[in-house]
Design a binder for this molecule. Structure first.
Ligand code: FAD
Ligand code: NAI
Length: 466
């Protein structure tokens, strides 16, 4: 079999690239070593984590806020196996949907580990060791990432584990110790805190979600503390030990004092690393950088110009929608089009409650780059819509250029921030000023009014409702 293009890895980068290649008339193959399509995101990432976040949010609301709403509920409980079963059903429906899309677009799916034999030959080895070799004119590496670990931690995958196992727990932990106060730590920490677990987050740096605007980390920490999550910032983990059902995590605090945490589960969430094992990169002379990522140029070409790489396996944000954009980019580039990705406008979202969402530059980045800016913020507590739903935590912060008023960054902690950030992305893509947004009608009562008000605050410091 000869293909115009072969894509290795069926995550959001790979399967979207395959669809776009097929749409553009290429004879396309997709190789996946996992039994279902969709990669990390659909199987053990975005989708299952959001399913559990939604389930746990329902429970939390029923438990904590229904009474105030005037709703009486008796005998409320958590059925963890059922919650996991529903999550699994959501995952199966979603991965089956990708399989359908492959058929619809006449993409040949080869199940097994894909590796390069030479520049134009791919070998697929299935789980029984059966090999299938074919030639391809071009290829896209979309093999994603896997959880990172610390060298001294042994992951038994039962009580000391990563996000993959945390998505399958059959009981609510009594006390889960989470190493890493980044996106995974806070999202899955929220799930278990809402279900009644004691959650301790041990973070190396002095802030949670440290790569986002610092104000957001502080706001979110305040809200999550109300949920009962305990934060141990500036703590360097030095050891993790399991004895029976007890897990002990040791860390050093700022004063170099040893601190000990005892719980029944420990999740390591200290980032993810590019995954290239078994790809046979050595057979085609493609090298990885010091963090194991495949090096690419501005057109996402590796050192072999007919082989591209996208998504988590290359530099940049490890996000599903970033991988998707890159998949489309490569397909269109190969087809002779002139696509473009604006990396500055790839939004980042944390699905806690309140949610956190951001796009563009943070205040810290603007300061470092010496760009003159002004800032306008508006708290959700001043919105009628937020009070009606009792979601008053958080704020919208808009950063605009001091002279031109162009919006340079939008940072939201608050209800439905994940959906609200889309307005900021559109505005910034069209290079809107803060005044532009502040002159547009926003439906009342909605959470999006906070965006308009923050823009009014950024333009001339004249918000209407505070
Ligand atoms: P992946 O999705 O990792 O897919 C790579 C695929 O390649 C895998 O299926 C793998 O089996 C396959 N593969 C690897 N090597 C081979 C080989 N040699 N042969 C054949 N197949 C191979 N991002 C968001 O944007 N939003 C979220 O809400 C979000 N939530 C997340 C929650 C969790 C718990 C985790 C872990 C991640 C989350 N992410 C989220 C990140 C997101 O999952 C990744 O950024 C995204 O999946 C990257 O896509 P990808 O296509 O590059 O790789
Ligand atoms: P992360 O990079 O978001 O956070 C890791 C955290 O661990 C950082 O705060 C870091 O300072 C801390 N850390 C590192 N080493 C440590 C140590 N030795 N001790 C204590 N803390 C330490 O990585 P995370 O949370 O593992 O997520 C991986 C990737 O998955 C992220 O890049 C993210 O983009 C993606 N993801 C995205 C989601 C979303 O878009 N909503 C949800 C979940 C994951």
């Amino acid at each position: 079999m000869n293909y115009d293009i072969t894509i290795i890895g069926s995550g959001p980068g790979g399967y979207v690239a395959a669809i776009r290649c097929a749409q553009l008339g290429m004879k396309t193959a997709l190789v996946e070593k996992y039994p279902t399509l969709g990669g990390t995101c659909l199987n053990v990432g975005c989708i299952p984590s959001k399913a559990l976040l939604d389930s746990s949010e329902h429970y939390h609301n029923a438990h904590k806020t229904f009474e105030e709403h005037g709703i009486q509920l008796k005998d409320l409980g958590v059925d963890m196996p059922q919650m996991i079963k529903r999550k699994d059903a959501v995952v199966s429906q979603t991965t089956a949907g990708v399989e359908f899309l492959m058929k619809k677009n006449k993409i040949d799916v080869h199940y097994g580990t894909g590796s390069f034999v030479d520049d134009h030959t791919v070998k697929v080895t299935d789980k029984d060791g059966k090999e299938n070799t074919f030639s391809t004119k071009k290829a896209i590496i979309a093999t994603g990432s896997k959880p990172a670990n610390l060298p001294f931690i042994s992951l038994d995958k039962e009580r000391v584990f990563t996000s993959t196992e945390a998505l399958n727990l059959q009981e609510v932990p009594k006390h889960i110790i989470i190493i890493g106060g980044g996106v995974i730590g806070l999202e899955l920490g929220s799930v278990y805190a809402r279900l009644g677990a004691k959650v301790s987050v041990v973070e190396f740096l002095d802030s949670i979600i440290p790569t986002m605007d610092r104000t957001m980390g502080k706001e979110l920490q305040r809200s999550m503390k109300k949920l009962g999550v305990k934060f141990y910032l500036s703590h360097k983990v030095t050891g993790v030990k399991r004895e029976g059902e007890e897990v002990t995590v040791t860390a050093e605090d700022k004063k170099e004092q040893t601190v000990e945490f005892k719980g029944d589960y420990c999740m390591v969430a200290i980032g993810r690393q590019a995954y290239t094992e078994g790809l046979g990169l050595e057979n085609i002379g493609i090298k990885t950088d010091d963090r194991g990522r495949i090096e690419v140029n501005d057109h996402l070409q590796t050192s072999k110009s007919h082989i591209f790489a996208i998504g988590d396996v290359i530099k940049g944000a490890m996000l599903a929608h970033k991988a998707e954009e890159e998949g489309v980019y490569v397909a269109e580039y190969v087809a002779g089009q002139k696509p473009h990705i604006n990396y500055n406008l790839i939004p980042g979202v944390v699905y806690t409650w309140p949610e956190v969402a951001a796009v563009g530059q943070s205040e810290e980045q603007l300061k470092e780059a010496g760009i003159p800016y002004k800032s306008g913020a508006f708290p959700f507590r001043a919105l009628g819509r937020a009070r009606a739903s009792m979601d008053i935590d958080g704020q919208v912060k808009v950063l605009a250029h001091k002279e031109t008023d162009e919006i340079l960054g939008v940072h939201i902690v608050g209800p439905r921030a994940a959906d609200m950030i889309a307005e900021a992305v559109v505005a910034m893509e069209y290079r809107a000023s803060a005044e532009d947004i502040s002159r547009m009608s926003h439906a009342h009562p909605t959470f999006t009014e906070a965006m308009k008000e923050a823009c009014l605050a950024a333009t001339e410091d004249r918000p209407l409702h505070i």
